[in-house]
Design a protein around this ligand. Structure first.
Ligand code: ATP
Ligand code: MN
Length: 467
């Protein structure tokens, strides 16, 4: 019995004239064409973007008409045959079939991916089947490769992977943006003094899905020095934009003894490492996406590697934007949060390279960021990328207990929930820094896709959670 081989292992092999090898492959039919004598079947198994050509001699008794009728686009086949050099253009080898089993039919009357060239919008409506398209095959393979490269990057640098909880009782970061987690009966909530009695809930308190693993990440960094988290994150913001999901993957490194400059260096090295990895290991998928969707994709990836990211302060950026004469939908003023149109102006028009902005007004950033001596700004940093805007948000953290507590009071954050976090500053506090990378934002950059719903297998966004 032959064991089956991935198509990836066969594509690109070269055989001498007259040479052949027995092979078995399994995969899904992309196309079938031919005539009365011979059928050419393009088979793909998702191991790579390429298909392999299967040739069936219709005069042979192994391929009766009723079998061939069942071989339609989308059907799943097991092919036994011989790998031989190909005469055809665009492939070095093909398979001369000896026998074909139809493992699963796909009725051409109803199979939604009968034709090529569906719009990405249409494919979003059949997200359960879109992994079978070339585009989503390429995107999902790249997603895997980037996750692998991410772990490798940190592991090689002595970071430990810390698993932070998805269910959390702290809501200091995501007021109003969190999905609640409860086992209380929603049609008959237990009440006490006019309020919901969460003491009867599963955890004995109100809980939600996490919006970030950072606070727990800091606990890890204060013991292991360098940690990173990588997992799902949830935000109930009603964000119908091409850059927001309700469920997305975030990677958050957190490092003791790092100041803001070290943090920026790490972020830049990390993004360049991932980009290099994609160019070096995912060439076929990148070329496919480059040719199909975005002719500048590969040159944009290469461009990021060549330059040093531009570093400037928020205040300097606001000055540039104000004196640019450019027309923006949202007005820029010191103290307001930058919109993605402003971020993209800086990156794409002004500097023509990635940008790291630092020292943001304290009122538009989170309570834990280290306060500068000016009393107005904090040591936050956002990394801005072409096409995307913010890809990373991070900061040096406030390590001083008094300053941090004062800020928590100013912002009326209920400090009964914060005692465990503040313990890091009470006991053996240290300068430390970290950042959050939106994994899907990274994938937008790497794949050249323009909608974040197209770089995650099963996107979650308002009104959408079917599959
Ligand atoms: P934005 O202003 O773009 O909404 P943010 O300031 O809310 O981002 P952070 O809270 O700093 O973002 O989160 C860290 C990173 O997570 C961001 O830099 C971004 O890459 C990513 N991110 C944030 N919100 C989302 C979302 N809803 N969907 C996908 N990625 C997100
Ligand atoms: Mn946001």
């Amino acid at each position: 019995m032959l064991t089956h081989t991935e198509i990836k292992k066969l594509i690109g092999l070269t055989l001498a004239e007259g040479e052949s090898r027995p092979v078995q492959i399994k995969g899904w039919v992309r196309t079938k064409r031919g005539n009365k004598q011979v059928a050419f079947i393009a088979l793909n198994d998702g191991s790579c973007v390429q298909t392999i050509q299967v040739v069936a001699d219709l005069n042979a008794p192994a391929f009766p008409e009723d079998l061939m009728k069942r071989i339609t686009t989308g059907a799943c086949l097991c092919v036994n045959g011989r790998l031989v050099p190909s005469m055809g253009k665009g492939q070095s080898v093909e398979i001369q079939a000896d026998s074909i089993d139809v493992l699963g039919e796909a009725d051409p009357e109803v199979y939604p991916l009968q034709k090529k060239g569906h719009s990405l919008e249409f494919l979003r409506e059949i997200a359960h089947l879109r992994p079978r398209t070339n585009t989503f095959g390429a995107v999902l393979r790249l997603r895997h490769e980037m996750a692998y490269a991410l772990h490798t990057f940190y592991h090689e640098r002595g970071f430990y992977y810390l698993h932070t909880p998805l269910i959390t009782a702290s809501d200091c970061e995501g007021a109003g943006e969190m999905f609640q987690v409860t086992t209380l009966p929603l049609n008959q909530l237990p009440m006490k003094d006019g309020k919901i009695d969460y003491s009867q809930d599963f955890f004995g308190r109100q809980t939600s899905l996490t919006v970030s693993g950072q606070l727990e990440g800091e606990l890890g960094a204060m013991a292991l020095s360098k940690i990173y988290t990588f997992g799902p994150t949830f935000r109930a913001e009603n964000s119908n934009t091409p850059r927001h999901l309700a469920e997305f993957w975030m990677n958050e490194p957190e490092m003791a003894f790092y100041e803001i400059e070290d943090n920026m260096d790490l972020a830049e090295e990390f993004l360049k490492y991932l980009t290099t990895y994609a160019l070096e290991h995912c060439g076929d998928d990148l070329r496919f996406l480059n040719d199909m969707y975005d002719k500048e994709l590969i040159s944009r990836l290469e461009g990021v590697l060549k330059t040093r990211f531009e570093r400037l302060t928020y205040t300097q950026a606001v000055d540039i934007l104000k004196s640019s004469g450019a027309k923006f939908e949202f007005k820029v003023d010191w103290g307001t949060d930058l919109q993605s149109e402003h971020e993209r102006y800086l990156v794409e028009k002004h500097f023509k390279r990635p940008v790291i902005l630092t020292d943001y007004p304290k009122d538009i950033k989170a309570f834990y960021m280290k306060q500068n001596d000016d009393g107005k700004t904090v040591r936050g940093m956002d990394v801005l990328f072409p096409q995307i805007g913010e890809i990373i948000g991070g900061s040096q953290r406030e390590e001083n207990l008094d300053k941090l507590q004062r800020r928590i009071q100013e912002l009326h954050i209920p400090d009964k929930d914060m005692w465990w976090y503040l313990d890091t500053r009470r006991f053996g506090s240290a300068p430390h820094s970290g950042f959050g990378l939106g994994f899907e934002r990274l994938l937008l950059f790497i794949t050249g896709m323009t909608n974040i719903r197209d770089v995650i297998p099963f996107p979650r966004y308002p009104q959408n959670a079917e599959f």
